[in-house]
Design a protein around this ligand. Structure first.
Ligand code: ZN
Length: 512
């Protein structure tokens, strides 16, 4: 039986290698490739995806998985062997339904849409992107149809399941309804005290990109960025990927007029990279060499970005270094003013730059639009207008052009529909994990003030990262917190932290 298991592992390792080679081509496409390479790159990516898909849905893999049922059972559910077989079987059963040619077509369409999306952004003209988005949506419909007869409640659930196994639109809606109910009045009350926070120190016209990069790296190195295993490169839309547990690639975006853009994007992507770097090295080249789900992935990026990266103790350590790096810009600024500035709440146009409270409204808007696009209730021609009117309704902001509206995110160009909810679920989960970590590690604030983040890192590694893709989100949350997803702690955290900054009454039962 071990021989059958090794044979399966060998086959899966080959497929994993192809996935990683594909990931490098994707990284290169977003960071280094001259625009002229777009068309042929789309073919290369499509070929690799088709090839690895064909290898994976081979009947021989199905036979090995069948043969291994007894071995899986005897190994025990939590064992690496049973987990690998279980995860591979689930992937196999889904992949088997999708024709390799469709897989390749989706990849090619996404790659071809990328330069169109970039051009549409530059010209602020949605019509340039529209035909590509139409193609992506048609292909998504064909993809969803592959899962006819399975137990999904809705088409959207098929897509959610790819990012977070078993997650349903109904579950997302329940969480989002509560966020909406609690956060909309909080945002209004903060707006009434808006003058308590001054963020002018962050928004100047003199933040040279090289100095921003150097300072971001100084912060990341303290958090755990290791030049032997990590890179940081500029891109249009920040992302993180890994081509191996010891090959972590972060990207960020610089704005010479706003220090916060690259700094917090870098810390956010660090959180993703740190998760992938923490997976048990024994899982390398297996389907377990990944993460629990995209919601858990976002819980890590949002935790480092917000719970660590926008916390006062953290900046007690980093602020003098920031002042040394930018003496003309921050030499005269008080730490408390800076802390207020990086936590300023104000409805704005761009999701990735949004504050912690309004951020979720950006996600709720996308969640609603995606479901309407998929059901056909909203035609793609009307998407910019729907976007703009909902931005006015939810956040009270006027969208001046498509670049600052419907074209701002890269996801739809790559055909990723159903991804956005994971950001807000990540916010929710980040505080559930944070509360648990703080309960077990009471000195975190004192450590952060000294620039020490190792105890938190170690806790995250031990409880979450090392497990890779072994468990689902629900299983992982249950293991760590003893319960399911709960937006309560996140809402309390926002009310407490932002209430203090904006001089609002802090809710009962929350330590100030
Ligand atoms: Zn992220």
């Amino acid at each position: 039986m071990t021989q059958t298991y090794e044979e399966l592992k060998d086959r899966l390792a080959t497929i994993h290698d192809l996935h990683m080679a594909r990931a490098i081509l994707g990284w290169d496409q977003h960071t280094k490739m001259p625009p002229g390479g777009s068309e042929v790159r789309a073919e290369q990516l499509g070929t690799l995806d088709k090839f690895s898909h064909e290898l994976f849905i081979d009947d021989e893999i199905g036979r090995l998985l069948d043969e291994l049922r007894d071995y899986e059972e005897s190994a025990g559910r939590d064992s690496d062997e049973a987990s690998l077989i279980r995860v591979a079987r689930r992937d196999y059963e889904k992949a088997k339904r999708v024709p390799p040619e469709l897989r390749a077509e989706m990849t090619r369409a996404g790659a071809n849409a990328l330069p169109a999306w970039i051009e549409a952004r530059e010209k602020s003209d949605f019509s340039i992107f529209l035909p590509y988005l139409k193609t992506n949506l048609e292909l998504i419909h064909r993809y969803v149809d592959c899962f006819d007869g399975m137990s999904y409640e809705s088409e959207y659930d098929v897509l959610l399941d790819d990012f977070d196994e078993g997650l349903t639109a109904n579950e997302v809606r329940t969480v989002f309804d509560e966020l909406k109910r609690e956060l909309v009045p909080l945002i209004v009350r903060i707006g009434e005290n808006a003058d308590r926070v001054d963020d002018s120190s962050l928004r100047r016209s003199d933040f040279p990109i090289e100095k921003q990069r150097a300072f971001s790296l100084e912060v990341l190195e303290r958090l755990g960025f290791d030049h032997e295993k990590w890179r940081l490169d500029p891109t249009v839309h920040p992302f993180a990927m890994s081509a191996g547990i010891k090959d972590i690639r972060l990207t960020t975006r610089y704005d010479e007029t706003d220090l916060g853009v690259s700094l917090f994007a870098s810390i956010h992507e660090f959180g993703h990279g740190f998760y992938e770097a923490g997976v048990d090295p024994a899982y390398e080249r297996t389907p377990l060499a990944s993460v629990t789900s995209m919601s858990l992935h976002e819980s890590q990026s949002r935790m480092w970005e917000n719970l660590v990266g926008r916390a006062l103790p953290t900046w007690r350590f980093f602020f003098p270094k920031l002042q040394a790096a930018f003496p003309g810009q921050f030499g005269e600024v008080e730490l408390e003013t800076f802390y207020g500035a990086i936590n300023k709440v104000a409805p704005s146009l761009i999701r990735v730059e949004a504050d912690e409270a309004t951020y979720n409204m950006h996600i709720i808007l996308r969640f609603e639009l995606e479901q309407e696009m998929l059901s056909g209730d909203l035609s793609l021609e009307d998407l910019p207008e729907a976007w703009n009117s909902r931005m006015a309704e939810y956040l009270g902001v006027e969208v001046p052009d498509d670049t600052h509206g419907v074209l701002q995110d890269i996801h739809w160009s790559g055909g990723a529909i159903g991804y956005f909810p994971t950001y807000s679920l990540g916010n929710v989960v980040s505080v559930q994990l944070w509360d648990k970590a703080r309960g077990e590690l009471p000195d975190l604030d004192a450590q952060f003030e000294q620039g020490e983040f190792g105890e938190l890192s170690g806790w995250l590694r031990e409880n979450l990262h090392r497990h890779g893709r072994k468990y689902t989100s629900k299983e992982m949350l249950e293991r760590i917190t003893g319960g399911g997803m709960d937006p309560g702690p996140y809402i309390q955290y926002l009310k407490s932290k932002l209430g203090e900054i904006y001089g609002l009454p802090v809710p009962a039962g929350v330590p100030a």
